[in-house]
Design a protein around this ligand. Sequence first.
Ligand code: PGA
Length: 270
Amino acid sequence: MITAMRPVIVAANWKMHTTPADAGELARTIARRTADADVVRIVCPPFVALAAVRDALADAAPPIAVGAQNVHHELHGAFTGEVSAPMLAGLATWVIVGHSERRRDAGETDMLVGRKIGRAVEAGLRPILCVGEQHNERDAGLAEAVVDAQVRGALGTHDAAVLEAGGLVVAYEPVWAIGTGHTARGADASDMADGIRRTVADLGWADGGAGLPILYGGSVTSANIAEFLAEPAIDGALVGGASLQPDEMAGIVARAAMTARARLDPIATG
Ligand code: PGA
């Protein structure tokens, strides 16, 4: 079964929430409440809280990874307020790239997002590339075309084998579902994941993109995560608002762990 090759991943995007002190405490609580070796867990606090979260999670067992929420497309220079990939060494092992809030507020284009992906991979950071359509684009039947263009725009200039080796993950996050309480339907997210794998296959990925983990994001909670994980094409979630609540994270990761075990051993777990 092809999905058995891919990990189940739950990534927490804390956005512009938590002070360093709050973040360390919250990370410790979440690590304890979600301790499950079958799920890849990632916590992405604000830049200023990365060191505190790294330290708070240093002894976590099983380990839980730390991610940044953004990275600059240059290595260094006169870019006031920015943070480059080499600066994240020792602080993070993952980085979210191209989140729709940054596309909206910081004017990030697909080309810029692509350069960020390159910097992340060069620095040994695993990128989570965010893509997703606006509501009017879905209504117009353009959702798949929009996401296809975003994936091509961000990844098309890179060597597919380098991105595969760099551990790229894609998060499908329909913009209208982020922070709204409205989610995509599981079947629509699955269709989109299939489309994203077709796109990366066209860009040269091995095995029709079968090795590419794809997450769903947009108003994920412990109450709705099952609908997405029921889709074999979906490998986990990028969670915003609910990821600040330990009870929610406990529920989401518990469900993800069931999926991970079922995919590893479909006969034993039914
Ligand atoms: P949300 O955010 O879960 O609060 O909708 C998801 C995201 O922006 O990654």
